[in-house]
Design a protein around this ligand. Sequence first.
Ligand SMILES: Nc1ncnc2c1ncn2[C@@H]1O[C@H](COP(=O)(O)OP(=O)(O)OP(=O)(O)O)[C@@H](O)[C@H]1O
Ligand SMILES: [Mg+2]
Length: 279
Amino acid sequence: MVRLPGWRGLETLKSPDVTLDGQPSGVGPDRAVAMIEVSGLRKSLRTGAATVEILRGIDFSVARGEFVAIMGASGSGKSTLLGLLAGLDNPTSGSVALNGMRISDLAEDRLALVRGKTIGFVFQSYQLIPTLTALENVLLPYELNDDRGGWRAGVERARTLLESVGLRERMDHYPVQLSGGEQQRVALARAFLLRPPIVLADEPTGNLDSANGAHVLELLLRLNREESTTLVLVTHDPALAAHAGRRITLSDGRVVSDETQGAALRQVSSSRSETRLGE
Ligand SMILES: Nc1ncnc2c1ncn2[C@@H]1O[C@H](COP(=O)(O)OP(=O)(O)OP(=O)(O)O)[C@@H](O)[C@H]1O
Ligand SMILES: [Mg+2]
């Protein structure tokens, strides 16, 4: 794999048989646990007199520790689907359950709490806070989480994640001082900060050159394997999709293929640490 100047990559993390924080890692996606269950999901929007059907009945479930790539042409509904999975938007009908909990049944404040603890989200447009540095942006979920652990452990993990995406020299830069690809990597580091069981990412390598794309892929695979993070990524990137255990392809708001690939048999951790930062 190509190494960029200044890229300390994953050597900064511990040895392969421990997680980012030195927890022992295990093996195997846990098919007995559905982390995401999507059932009869529809989304339509009224624009003037017309109703646009964006999602036309989607059903699938994602096991704990799975790595799923969502693919499909521009406008096929990928970002809309991802937003519904995260509870950032409401379906017209159908439901999404995260770790057995139907998010459509939750009141807004409870939903925000569940979302904060369960999901790391990487927006297609990054959504970094312009007045915060890269490090502060990565620490944002930590600031917003009420039962967080020690601050020093949080900062240490944020630094480790930023180093692992090649941004050791950019931690104190503001978003405006970062390139698009650098902002994308900050957004990715942020999504993983609290070790959420699920990470949803919209085109996480969309703005990266092949070398940086490869580093991000390496990080994703490693977190998937070592922390059993369930990954659902929207991507057009064939290199990224090739490593996903499963590819779900949308066309015009419907699932037109759902393929499990050989790579699905890749071992992933089954003993994700329940330890929170600082514990
Ligand atoms: N607020 C909205 N009002 C009307 N139509 C919308 C709205 N949001 C999305 N759409 C339409 O829904 C369809 C799906 O949009 P979505 O953003 O989910 O596509 P996508 O698969 O993520 O595309 P891309 O690969 O370009 O990001 C598109 O045709 C889009 O124009
Ligand atoms: Mg999109």
